[in-house]
Design a protein. Structure first.
Length: 683
């Protein structure tokens, strides 16, 4: 579980490192991951532990003059907080510190050390860190007396005590940012209650005294709520803030250490309940780039805007980076490419599940499309399903869950005890069926109440399917090992049932129904693979059958001998005659094939073949872009094709022990069900 607002820093060798909050055995702690080489892949998450006093606040990171990152966090309740820090003991090229009992081996980081606090303690806001012109780090925070205090690394080593920078009389600060001038002086920017911005900066480089506080005002009728600062390529400082009206405003020095411009409006990315404080990045060519999050009642979204000399106001229009972040930060790769890190979810430390990242594909250039896999729901999860309006369901031994935001967040639904099979009504997210005990149950209120609709006795339910074309048509297949295979059908949504097939019996075999798929648009048509299987069937496999009379009679549609069909998707969207069928070999050495038909099953061609080895655990496609195809293998590989199977690429590694795949509406994201839970990746 990774959460909180992430912070990123470069290492001495140019590798990015990102830090966040994680839930460990002793509670909330600090975790980090790093690039294995500059601009390359990433390590797994590792813990840095936590200060012994608990109640971690947001993180801040600085980079020492020799390239070592140093991490700072406010710890404590309300206005009684202390500042703690930990640091890389040695730059990567010079080796690692000795392991001590508080950290795992070879982390290269110190134990946590307290920097204390001003009298009365630190206020309940984040500390900020800057670097002096002589490379000494300096930390700034608000104390309980409502003044700005700071503490700094001393030239001879160690840290100073806390010292007050005060505040203009009668003003109460609540937002803080630190800038660094072109000649190495630190500048403190503070937003006060009422929405005004004030500045105080060092009078000379290397921390030799401070100028008086200066009032930078606020936009007319638009009180400010936060502040961020960047430095232009020519050394001019520029500040950014969100007003209470949710617009982003900025003001800048007209020359390095010169006069300040008036306030100008950069607009708002979208109509939302609010915007987060902008985060400022610097492109390889020195242009500033802003990143923020829009928040409303149902979803969050990341946005960015950048300096653009061709634009009338010198800045691009706002552009979406997507996602649903809880908090974000930006870092710069060794080659100058910006990389954005965002926690997934609502921003609650410890309540989130991962970190997304996107990066410029070249310095000053466009942005990556495929992000990392992120776990969004604990497992085990067996299957995924989706209504025609996009509500997503996941179920397995972990329970039954529902998502309204394409698998980013999930809510748990009540079920009958230990359901063995679950099916959704594709037209109504409130209506589901579940087989549990000796009954098939139905809910029409999203699990608030369940009623038994079909007694199954000693028979096991093998499959339940609801027709998307006519949700009153419901099928239930059940059997007991090799005896009494039956298919029951309801034409009134489960109120009454008719046995339309069976009971039939097999000989030393086990009944199974790998596929039971009512046609998406034709209520009379159903496709299935069903049989009583034993070792003697390995050389012949089984068939995909179809019924055109709602399951009363069946005829063969396709026999991929000697394979057994296992997954089927298709029949809708822009090419309703397009289907994809997965099939596997039933004995060692294994192997599988993925087939495609473009003529509604009259002819089939294989588009992915493994003569031995893996099986296909899940198949997904985009109905309105049916050439977009994804397949999950039992070898923990998810393959993607954008040309209906003519060529394939592997998605980045992530989930293991795959059990199912599902594309969210429009192909925005791919969900993978696993024995460990649900994972999500942006496409």
């Amino acid at each position: 579980m990774i959460g909180g607002r992430p912070v990123a820093s470069q290492n001495a060798d140019g590798r990015l490192e990102v830090f966040g909050h994680g839930v460990g055995g002793a509670g909330l702690e600090v975790v980090h991951a790093w690039q294995n080489a500059p601009g390359a892949g990433w390590s797994a998450w590792n813990t840095l532990g936590a200060p012994p006093t608990g109640n971690l606040g947001d993180l801040a990171v600085g980079q020492n003059g020799d390239g070592r990152p140093e991490l700072f966090v406010r710890v404590g309740l309300m206005s009684s907080g202390l500042c703690w820090h930990t640091w890389q003991n040695l730059p990567p090229a010079t080796g690692w510190s000795t392991w001590d009992s508080h950290l795992p081996p070879a982390t290269g980081w110190s134990t946590w050390d307290s920097l204390g606090a001003p009298p009365g303690g630190l206020a309940n806001v984040t500390a900020e860190v800057g670097r002096n012109g002589d490379d000494r780090l300096e930390v700034f925070a608000f104390a309980s007396d409502l003044a700005v205090w700071h503490i700094w690394q001393q030239t001879a080593g160690g840290w100073s005590g806390w010292h007050s920078l005060g505040m203009p009389s009668g003003l109460a600060p609540f937002a803080l940012a630190i800038g660094e001038t072109s000649d190495g002086r630190l500048a403190v920017f503070v937003v006060v209650l009422g929405g005004g911005l004030w500045r105080r900066q060092q009078a000379a480089p290397a921390g030799t005294g401070w100028d008086a506080w200066e009032d930078l005002g606020m936009p007319l009728g638009a009180p400010l709520s936060d502040v961020s600062v960047g430095r232009n390529a020519d050394g001019r400082l520029e500040v950014f803030s969100v007003s209470n009206a949710h617009d982003v405003w900025h003001r800048w020095e007209t020359a390095p250490d010169g006069a300040w411009s008036g306030w100008e409006n950069l607009g708002t990315p979208t109509v939302a309940l609010g915007l987060d404080r902008p985060v400022v990045g610097t492109n390889a060519d020195g242009r500033l780039e802003l990143f923020t999050i829009s928040r409303d009642a149902t979803a969050n979204e990341a946005w960015h805007s950048w300096q653009d000399a061709a634009a009338p106001n010198g800045w691009s229009a706002w552009e979406s980076l997507g996602g649903s972040p809880g908090g974000l930060d930006v870092g710069q790769n060794a080659d100058g490419r910006l990389e954005v890190f965002a926690t997934l979810g609502d921003g609650t430390p410890g309540g989130l599940t991962g970190v997304l990242h996107r990066w410029q594909t070249m310095p000053n250039g466009g942005w990556s499309v495929v992000q990392s896999w992120i776990p969004t729901l604990p497992g085990p999860i067996r299957r995924l399903a989706q209504t025609t309006l996009g509500t997503t369901f996941a179920w397995g031994a972990a329970g039954l869950f529902r998502s309204e935001d394409a698998g980013l967040t999930w809510s748990s639904l009540a079920t009958p005890p230990a359901p063995k099979v679950v099916a959704i009504d594709p037209s109504d997210a409130r209506t589901l069926f579940a087989a549990a005990g000796a009954q098939v149950h139905k809910t029409t209120d999203a699990g608030a109440t369940w009623i038994p609709v079909l007694a199954t006795g000693s028979l096991q339910v093998l499959a339940i399917a609801v027709s998307p074309a006519n949700p009153n048509v419901v099928f239930v297949a059940l059997a007991q090992y090799s005896t009494s295979f039956q298919v029951h059908r309801s034409l009134d949504g489960g109120a009454t049932w008719t046995m339309i097939e069976g009971p039939s019996h097999g000989a030393t075999c086990m009944f199974n129904v790998p596929i039971l798929v009512p046609h998406p648009t034709d209520p009379a048509r159903v496709l299935r693979t069903a049989g009583c299987y034993a070792g003697r069937d390995v050389l012949t496999g089984d068939m995909l059958d179809q019924s055109v009379d709602q399951g009363l009679t069946w005829s063969p549609l396709f026999h991929p001998k000697p394979l057994f069909p296992s997954r089927l998707v298709g029949g809708m969207g822009s090419q309703p005659s397009r289907w994809y069928l997965a099939a596997h070999f039933g004995a060692p050495p294994g192997g599988c094939k993925l087939f495609r038909t473009d003529d509604d099953g009259a002819t089939w061609s294989d588009v992915l073949v493994f003569a031995s080895g893996p099986a296909l655990m899940g198949v997904a496609y985009e109905p309105w872009t049916p050439d977009l195809m994804l397949a999950a293998l039992s070898t923990n590989v998810v393959k993607r094709s954008d040309d209906s199977g003519a060529s394939w690429t592997d998605l980045s590694s992530g989930p293991t022990d795959l059990t199912d795949l599902l594309l969210t509406p429009g192909g925005q994201a791919l969900l993978a069900a696993t024995t460990h839970g649900v994972w999500r990746i942006e496409l």
